[in-house]
Design a protein around this ligand. Structure first.
Ligand SMILES: *Cc1c(COP(=O)(O)O)cnc(C)c1O
Length: 393
């Protein structure tokens, strides 16, 4: 039919994975069916036995979900993709697939808050030891390694401070210890960063963010090689039931088609905003990997094709000043979500990071005056005007 090995990213994003039915539909069909019918008892037996390929039940496979899986796998350069009901269920499926009681896991202390809670409150309950280390401190990762360390988990760039770790160096550490490196690629997406090519073993995604990009649906994915993802993670999906709905898969297929041009626009706008914020007298500090002042600016240039759509900054005057900026916006959405066409604004200290104590927040660098903006696709001038109102007060 086609040779997807020959296609560039942009082409894969709009064409990979789709298999037209006999109806000849141009856009992908949605298959809202829980189960599939067999031609005979013998066919049912061979599908269940795995000797013949084909659909059985939508918890395991569904054509629309498969289109999405194949498209995202192609974009990440992975052999296999398993789509899940949310980003968190993708993380959960990885933990269930690769960890058992007595194993050890190292995670960066700046991952998505719910990932931390999942590991501390639930995964540890099953006898898995969990250590948290500073994302950017490679010697801390190395020191935390143990004989039973099975998995290293990192998110880069991190939320909300956009810290970056060298994926290749971390993969080397993991592999020397016979451990797997899992990267949450939610912030960059494959349009900006391809962790498998840099040495990571497994990628997890919250499709809810940039892959959809328009704030419409919850979903996630795990990408990697055929053995680990196609068999091991798929086994968790089959028995654990964290499947993506075909309706959501269709939304994500549409999202992937515009992923690259959206990410380019998010990055362009974020850089302009970060530079403008740096010039504002009421702002103490700006966190954006595209600024030369960012501690991992050079690494970001090497590892990513652009710097992403999230900009964080500290306003002078602590929480009161930060809340004043947020409450004076009229357009930006006050929400913890990110990766949307609409810009969002968040005060991490009192929302996403409010479960940490003040001391813990100080350790990870979450200042009371810190504001995170996920830069959307509105005109930058309008975003600036909206922020300026609170800064000028
Ligand atoms: C949102 C998010 C998740 C969780 O995804 P859900 O789809 O909300 O379950 C995981 N990792 C990162 C980096 C996120 O931003």
């Amino acid at each position: 039919m086609y040779e997807i090995d020959d296609w560039e990213f942009e082409t894969l994003a709009v064409r990979a994975g789709h298999q037209r039915t006999l109806e000849g539909e141009h856009a992908e069909a949605i298959f809202p069916t829980s189960s599939f019918v067999f031609a005979s008892a013998a066919e049912a037996a061979s599908r269940f036995g795995g000797t013949e390929p084909g659909n059985i039940y939508s918890r395991m496979t569904n054509p629309t979900v498969r289109y999405f899986q194949e498209r995202l796998a192609a974009l990440e350069g992975g052999e296999s993709c398993v789509a899940t009901s949310s980003g968190m269920s993708a993380v959960l499926a990885v933990m269930l697939a690769f960890l058992k009681a007595g194993d050890h896991l190292i995670c960066s202390n700046s991952v998505f808050g719910t990932t931390t809670v999942l590991l501390q409150n639930y995964i540890q309950k099953f006898g898995v030891q969990v250590s948290f280390v500073s994302l950017t401190d490679l010697s801390a990762w190395e020191q935390a390694l143990q004989g039973n360390t099975r998995l290293l988990f990192a998110e880069t760039p991190s939320n909300p401070l956009t810290e970056i770790v060298d994926i290749g160096a971390l993969a080397d550490l993991a592999h020397r210890n016979n451990s797997l490196l899992v990267i949450d690629n939610c912030f960059c997406t494959p349009a900006l960063q391809r962790p498998l090519e840099l040495g990571a073993d497994i990628i997890v995604h919250s499709a809810t963010k940039y892959l959809d990009g328009q704030g419409r649906a919850l979903g996630g994915a795990v990408v990697g090689d055929a053995e680990r993802v196609g068999k091991d993670v798929f086994g968790v999906l089959r028995s654990g039931g964290v499947a993506m709905s075909p309706f959501n898969a269709w939304i994500f297929l549409k999202g992937l088609e515009t992923l690259k041009i959206r990410m380019q626009a998010h990055c362009q706008q974020a850089l302009i905003l970060a530079q403008w914020l740096s010039d504002q007298p009421d702002i103490e500090r700006v966190y954006y990997p595209g600024l030369p002042s960012h501690p991992q600016h050079e690494l970001a240039k090497k590892q990513q094709s652009d710097f992403g759509g999230v900009v964080s900054f500290v306003v002078k005057g602590g929480q009161e000043a930060a809340w004043r900026v947020i409450d004076n916006t009229r357009m930006l959405s006050i929400t913890a979500n990110l990766g949307d066409t609409r810009s969002t604004i968040t005060h991490p200290a009192t929302t996403t990071h409010s479960r940490l104590t003040a001391e813990q927040r100080a350790v990870v660098g979450i200042d009371d005056g810190l504001i995170r903006v996920s830069v959307g696709l509105e005109a930058v001038a309008d975003i600036q005007r909206d922020l300026k109102r609170g800064l000028d007060n």
